[in-house]
Design a protein. Structure first.
Length: 441
C-alpha cells in the first residue's frame, strides 16, 4: 500500500514515483516577485482564451458568448507541467469553464486554453445534452493523475440562475486528457438552492482504488461523500456546517456585504501511522476551524449517528478571520486564504489551534485581495498555490480593467512557513494524537 508519510523512506518513494511519472520539472519563470515569499506566476487585468481562430474570438465577442468583464477565474489545481483554472458561468459570456496554463510561466498574462478542448464547453459549443462542462467551481487531482471536476450545471447564477444540467462530478485522465467518467449527484442529496462549491479527494492506495470525495454544500450546509468503488453517495448534516451570523458581515476595501455561506474550506491531513486522516473544515462565514475523522465520513452507516464526531478546533481566529479554501501539506501545515485580511494564514496542525499558534505567511493589500482558492501540489518539494480574484468587487460592479485583478501565486511550503509560528517542531504531537489522545480542547 502506498501512503504519503513525511518520513524519509516514503519521501524517497514519492520522488521515485514522481520521476517515473515524469512529474519532476524545471523552475518556473514568474511575472513578478512583489508578494514574498510568493512568486506571481501570472496576473491578468482581464482573462482571455486561446480561441480556435481570431475569427472565432471576434464572433464570440460580437454574439456575447465572450464578455471579458464577466470572466472570473475561481479554482486552481496543479499537476505535472500544467495549472488548471476554473471559471464558473456566474454571468453570461464565459466561453470555457475549465482551462489550463503552462506551469513554466515566462509570459505575464497568457491566454487560457480550454480543457480538454473547446467541444466540451457549453458556453462556446452549445452541446445539446449534458455531456460537456457547464459551470465548474472547483477541482482536485488525485495522485494517479485524474482530475475530479465539480460541475454545478447552473449558468447565470448571479443574475438569473438556470439549472441546465444536474450537478455532477466529471473525471479526466490528465495523462491522455480524456474523459473517464461522469457521476450525477443523486436528486435526494441536492436540496433547493444547494451550492456544491468545494471538493477534496481522499485516496489511500497506490492505484487509487480506495477513493472517496468530500464535497461541501455551502448554501444548504451539508457534506457529501462519494465512494468511487460503487459510485455511492451519502450526505452528512451537522450544525457546525452552518454560517456564524456574527461572521456573516464582511468588510474589505470599503465594501460591506452579507454572506451566509456555510461549510466551504476542506483540508485533509496526511495519512498518519494509525492509517487515520482528519478532515479539517470551516464555513466561509465563520472564524473557527472544525474537524472530523475521515473514518466516520467513510462509513455511510454513520450519517445518522455521528453528531459527536464533529468537533471544534481550539480558538476563534478573531474578527475578520473569515477563511476561504485551505490545504494541508505533507508535513502537516495548513494554509488558508484570509479573505477579509488580504492574507494567507498558516497553522501547524501538530499544535493546538490557538491564536498564538496561527501565523501569517503573506499580507498584501494590492496583490492578495480575496485569495479564493489554495492548493498544495504533489511534488517532492511541495509548493503552495493561491489564486486571488477580488470576488466581492466583481459582484459589486465591474472590476477596473486597467488594474491587475487576478493572480496565480506560488511558494515553496517550507519557505512559506520560515520564520512563522507554523515552522516545524518535531516534538509536537501528530494529527493522529489529536484524535487518539484527545489533544484539542
Ligand atoms: C450528446 O451529444 C454528443 C454530441 O454533441 C453525442 O455524441 C452524444 O451521443 C449525445 N449523448 C446523448 C446521451 O444524447
Ligand atoms: C457590519 O460591519 C459594518 C462595518 O464594520 C458595520 O458598520 C455594521 O454595523 C455591521 N453590521 C452588523 C449588523 O453588525
Ligand atoms: C438516516 O435517516 C434518514 C431519515 O430518517 C433515513 O432516510 C436514512 O435511511 C437513514 N440512513 C441510515 C444510513 O441509517
Ligand atoms: C453509533 O455509532 C457508534 C460507533 O460506531 C456505535 O457504537 C453505536 O452502537 C451506534 N449507535 C446506533 C444507535 O447505531
Amino acid at each position: 500500500m502506498f501512503l504519503i508519510h513525511s518520513n524519509h523512506a516514503s519521501a524517497a518513494g514519492v520522488t521515485l514515483w514522481l520521476t517515473m511519472l515524469g512529474v519532476m520539472r524545471a523552475q518556473s519563470v514568474p511575472a513578478d516577485n512583489d508578494t514574498p515569499p510568493f512568486s506571481t506566476l501570472y496576473k491578468w487585468k482581464q482573462v482571455d482564451f486561446e480561441f480556435p481562430t481570431p475569427r472565432h474570438r471576434r464572433h464570440a465577442l460580437s454574439t456575447g458568448k465572450f464578455v471579458p468583464a464577466n470572466v472570473l477565474p475561481l479554482g486552481i489545481e496543479v499537476w505535472g507541467n500544467r495549472v488548471w483554472v476554473t471559471i464558473p458561468a456566474w454571468r453570461r459570456g464565459v466561453p470555457a469553464t475549465l482551462a489550463t496554463l503552462p506551469r513554466q510561466g515566462g509570459l505575464a498574462s497568457p491566454q487560457l486554453k480550454p480543457y480538454p478542448d473547446w467541444s466540451f464547453h457549453r458556453g462556446f459549443s452549445d452541446p445539446k445534452n449534458c455531456t460537456g462542462l457547464t459551470s465548474v467551481f472547483r477541482i482536485h487531482a488525485d495522485h494517479c493523475g485524474r482530475l475530479w471536476v465539480l460541475d454545478s450545471g447552473q449558468i447565470d447564477s448571479q443574475d438569473n440562475p438556470k439549472q441546465l444540467c444536474p450537478p455532477s462530478i466529471v473525471v479526466f485522465d490528465l495523462k491522455t486528457d480524456t474523459l473517464i467518467a461522469r457521476y450525477t449527484i443523486p436528486k435526494q442529496f441536492v436540496l433547493q438552492d444547494s451550492l456544491f462549491s468545494n471538493v477534496v479527494v481522499d485516496s489511500r492506495t497506490a492505484d487509487c482504488s480506495d477513493l472517496h470525495l468530500y464535497i461541501a454544500d455551502t448554501w444548504r450546509f451539508g457534506l457529501l461523500v462519494f465512494r468511487e468503488k460503487d459510485h455511492k453517495f451519502w450526505r452528512f448534516s451537522n450544525p457546525l456546517f452552518f454560517p456564524d451570523p456574527l461572521a456573516s458581515n464582511f468588510t474589505l476595501h470599503g465594501i460591506n456585504f452579507q454572506w451566509t455561506d456555510g461549510i466551504f474550506g476542506l483540508a485533509l491531513t496526511p495519512i498518519d501511522p494509525y492509517e487515520e486522516r482528519i478532515l479539517f473544515f470551516h464555513p466561509m462565514s465563520g472564524y473557527r476551524e472544525f474537524y472530523v475523522s475521515t473514518e466516520v465520513l467513510r462509513d455511510p452507516s454513520r450519517v445518522n449517528n455521528s453528531s459527536y464526531e464533529f468537533n471544534v478546533a481550539g480558538e476563534s481566529r478573531g474578527l475578520n478571520g473569515q477563511a476561504s479554501a485551505s490545504a494541508v501539506d505533507r508535513s502537516g501545515v495548513m494554509f488558508y486564504g484570509l479573505v477579509s485580511r488580504d492574507s494567507i494564514g498558516c497553522w501547524n496542525t501538530k499544535k493546538h489551534y490557538k491564536r498564538r499558534n496561527i501565523g501569517t505567511v503573506a499580507f498584501n493589500t494590492e496583490t492578495l485581495i480575496f485569495p479564493n482558492d489554495i492548493k498544495v501540489d504533489q511534488d517532492f518539494r511541495q509548493n503552495l498555490w493561491v489564486i486571488t480574484n477580488r470576488l466581492p468587487m466583481f459582484q459589486a460592479g465591474p472590476l477596473d480593467e486597467e488594474d491587475y485583478n487576478y493572480r496565480i501565486l506560488y511558494a515553496d511550503t517550507k519557505e512559506a512557513v520560515r520564520g512563522t509560528v507554523c515552522d516545524m517542531d518535531p516534538n509536537h504531537p501528530s494529527p493522529a494524537d489529536i484524535i487518539h489522545r484527545g489533544w484539542l480542547p
